[in-house]
Design a protein around this ligand. Structure first.
Ligand code: CU
Length: 279
């Protein structure tokens, strides 16, 4: 009992000592994308901005045409309309120009897709995320194969964490490390998504999907289940805590003590090992 309390104290100390700066959360009245925490998210933000410039140009051009038509060709200004129905040059132009715009969009789009989807060969850490109704289970096969659940904390228990995003256990990863997340589900389709990482992938029962990220800065990054999965879909947030490599090693040592092995993962309250979340 005493050692159990000591473990809890260690865990609490770790949580309190860890960087408390919220690195990426939705903000009231926020209109832009969350600040990027990975190179993938940088590229997505850049592509988003490119599209924004293009769409502003197209919209202003169409607006200008509309104004010209309304001013110069209204009934009063132009009482006798032209009977022209075809103009080969303008028809070629309004076909070719949009095609060229689409090509300008397509090239960086395909490059971005490839860069984001291709799993790098020098992955340093693999974590498995399993979507369940309605929480996430994480397994750390590279660090002794421990496993734990991450459930949402209710309003009276969330402390400083944001509402509906607060979790009892963070998925902890080291900074500047290429992490692969293998994503699956045990009941229905969920989706693992963290906007600041620029990552989102479906969690499909009986199937392994994978994504990767390399977070630059320590901090806490939140996401949500992004596939409608049932009544409590809105209440299975994803909390990722990025820490320094030393802090990660300390967390692993403590997590190996605190959490059960993935191979004997509890499926019911009766077999839940000490320290795991009982529900
Ligand atoms: Cu879900």
């Amino acid at each position: 009992m005493r050692s159990c309390l000591a473990k809890l104290a260690t865990a609490a100390a770790f949580v309190l000592a860890a960087p408390s700066a919220l690195a990426a959360v939705p903000e009231p009245w926020g209109i832009d994308l969350q600040p990027a925490a990975t190179e993938s998210a940088d590229r997505i933000n850049d592509f988003h901005n490119l599209l924004l410039y293009i769409i502003i140009g197209v919209t202003l051009f169409v607006l200008a045409l509309l104004i010209v038509v309304m001013v110069r060709f209204n009934r009063r200004a132009n009482p006798v309309p032209s009977k022209t129905t075809h103009n080969t040059l303008i028809e070629v132009v309004w076909t070719v120009v949009p095609v060229m715009i689409l090509v300008v969009i397509a090239v960086p789009s395909f490059k971005l897709l490839y860069a984001n989807e291709k799993i790098p060969s020098d992955i340093a850490l693999t974590i498995k995320a399993i979507g369940k109704q309605w929480f996430w289970t994480y397994e750390y096969p590279d660090n002794g194969n421990f496993t734990f659940d991450a459930t949402m904390l209710a309003d009276d228990a969330r402390g400083d964490q944001p509402r509906l995003l607060a979790v009892d256990n963070f998925m902890v990863v080291p900074e500047d490390t290429k992490v692969r997340v293998i994503v699956t589900a045990s009941d229905v389709i969920h989706a693992w998504a963290v906007p600041a990482f620029g990552k989102k992938i479906d969690a499909v029962p009986g199937r392994l999907n994978e994504l990767w990220f390399e977070a630059r800065d320590p901090g806490i990054y939140y996401g949500q289940c992004s596939e409608l999965c049932g009544a409590n879909h809105a209440f299975m947030p994803i909390g990722v805590k990025v820490v320094t490599k030393e802090e990660y090693a300390a967390w692993v040592a403590q997590a190996q003590q605190e959490f059960g092995k993935a191979d004997t993962a509890p499926t019911s309250v009766a077999t839940a090992p000490a320290g795991s979340t009982v529900r």
